[in-house]
Design a protein around this ligand. Structure first.
Ligand SMILES: [Zn+2]
Length: 285
């Protein structure tokens, strides 16, 4: 590890890891079952974005019926998230209708699966300033866009969470390779944590008959060290906990007001900050 002598503080993921990977897949289609199984095989967690008034719509890429959806995701480690009740453009209807589209979707998913559901992927990437301003009141913690960045940056605003790339991106494996090879802890200037965030639709693997792309990507990540595999909401909650840390004026003490442990790197040393605790940083190694 490069000896970072200065005062910059960097978020680290659970266990002190500098990298995380997550996958977000839309529409609740039959191919989700196969995808969820592949993720599980490689120890990867996915987020599946589901509508709640379009079940069993076979002509729309083979959507699952209610029972299949329930059996695919109930009691699994994957996240289920909102994708709107009817898969409409939130920015092309009056605001109350857009809000109803989300709220109905959330209430259905929470009651059907017996969980709290706070993630959202915008159907058709449809949102606007008015929608963004209203979502927190509905308990939406993040909104995933389809605006690929081809970077590993974490979002400033989780309601506009831009992924790294779609799995059909021609540069997918180039990007994945860069992610696997990068080592923020070994850098001088670019020590920020990295997130590799892939999105898509599982039926695209059926349509293109290329499930091997999915297997190859998951296998490449799984064989590499130091990656935290988490759902979108786990990453969102973790980063928000990190951002809620309270530092002393001189930056030498920190209080973690959240309910989860948070990891931080300072001067080449990794600190685990327990919940509801103040930690004093070591002056010298
Ligand atoms: Zn969709």
């Amino acid at each position: 590890m490069f000896r970072q002598m200065f005062e910059e503080k960097y978020m680290r993921f659970p266990g002190g890891r500098a990298k995380a990977a997550t996958f977000s897949y839309d529409d609740g289609v039959k191919a989700d079952k196969r995808l969820a199984e592949i993720f599980a095989k490689y120890g990867i967690k996915g987020t599946f974005n589901l509508n709640s008034l379009l079940f069993d719509c076979e002509r729309w890429h083979g959507r699952m019926d209610e029972e299949q959806t329930f059996l695919t995701f109930y009691n699994r480690p994957h996240e289920i998230a909102m994708h709107g009740a009817r898969h409409i453009f939130l920015n092309k209807v009056p605001l109350p209708e857009a809000m109803n589209e989300i709220l109905q979707n959330r209430v259905y998913l929470e009651n059907r699966f017996g969980r709290i559901v706070r993630g959202l992927a915008y159907a058709y990437n449809g949102y606007n300033a008015e929608v963004l301003a209203a979502l927190p009141a509905l308990g939406v913690a993040y909104g995933r866009t389809t605006e690929d960045t081809r970077t590993f940056a974490l979002p400033e605003d989780f309601l506009r969470w831009n992924p790294t790339c779609h799995h059909t991106d021609p540069a997918l494996f180039e990007i994945a390779e860069e992610f696997v090879k990068r080592d923020p802890a070994g850098e001088f200037k670019h020590r920020e944590p990295l997130l590799f965030f892939v999105w898509g639709h599982s039926y695209e693997f059926d349509d293109a008959d290329n499930w091997q792309v999915c297997e190859k990507l998951c296998a490449r990540l799984a064989e590499s060290e130091g990656i935290w595999y988490a759902t979108c909401i786990e990453i969102c909650d973790y980063v928000k906990a990190y951002r809620s840390l309270i530092f002393s004026a001189d930056g030498e003490r920190v209080y973690n007001p959240s309910a989860i442990p948070v990891w931080l790197e300072l001067r080449g040393r990794i600190y685990e900050l327990p919940p509801a605790t103040t930690v004093q940083f070591a002056k010298e190694l």
